[in-house]
Design a protein around this ligand. Structure first.
Ligand code: DX5
Ligand code: ZN
Length: 220
């Protein structure tokens, strides 16, 4: 299954509703929450999330680049988040945090920075609906894709298959026409794209093209 998730971090905030409607053909919307502590940048919070949720029925994937993510779970569920993707580097209890997400009635996911090893988390995948492999240092859009993280994708792919799980593998950062095929070949299911979608003249066409490139590469 191939999913394209435009990141509204790269949208025009003065016309956010319009930009979200432009990508009505996307499988889900990626919402980057930054607190200026876990990452050296600020983005938006629950009120903007709520506003986005008000203009679309699409699934909202909440990428929580924040410290103490558990404190905010309830807030982002009430704001309309459908999956809470917190960073393993931001919590001491990733399994407990995943259970909290599911108890709140939403999906659970963890994101993992480029420099963090995946091995310590492989036995806990059953608690997660998604693993988001970061292919840039979190904090900013428009960075260069780091192909070295694809080895983590391959390890995840094998483990998910072995364990018979349906955990989705996501990738986030630097995904564009030139990079999406290698990620799809490695086994990624869900592709976040910010600048490649909202930087395009026609964002819906960019989504379609990325989906086509990923499908072709996944079948090869
Ligand atoms: C980076 C964010 C990404 C960002 C991706 O910290 O998590 O979701 O929006 O932007 P691009 O696709 O431009 O690399
Ligand atoms: Zn993100």
């Amino acid at each position: 299954m191939i999913q394209i998730a435009p990141s509204i971090l790269a949208a025009n905030y003065a016309a956010l509703g319009e930009d979200v409607r432009k990508v009505a053909n996307a499988d889900l919307i990626h919402v980057d929450i930054m607190d200026g502590h876990f990452v050296p940048n600020l983005s938006f919070g629950p009120d903007v999330t709520k506003a986005v949720n008000g203009v679309t029925d699409q699934f909202l994937d909440m990428h929580l680049m924040i410290e103490e993510p558990e404190r905010w779970f309830d807030t982002y569920v009430r704001a309309g988040g459908d999956r809470l993707v917190f960073h393993v580097e931001a919590t001491d209890d990733h399994v407990g945090a995943a259970k909290q997400c599911r108890e709140l009635g939403v999906q659970s996911g963890f994101a993992i920075k480029p420099g963090t090893a995946i091995e310590p988390y492989l036995d806990d995948l059953e608690h997660f609906d998604q693993v988001m492999v970061m292919s840039v240092e979190p904090g900013f859009g428009g960075q260069k894709f780091m192909p070295e993280v694809l080895s983590k994708v391959m390890v995840l792919r094998d483990r998910i298959a072995e364990a018979g799980l349906d955990t989705i593998i996501g990738i986030d950062g630097g995904i564009a026409d030139a990079t999406i095929a290698q990620a799809a070949e490695a086994g990624v299911d869900a592709f976040v794209a910010g600048s490649a979608v909202f930087g395009a003249v026609n964002p819906a066409e960019a989504v379609e093209r990325l989906r086509e490139l990923a499908r072709e590469a996944a079948q090869a």
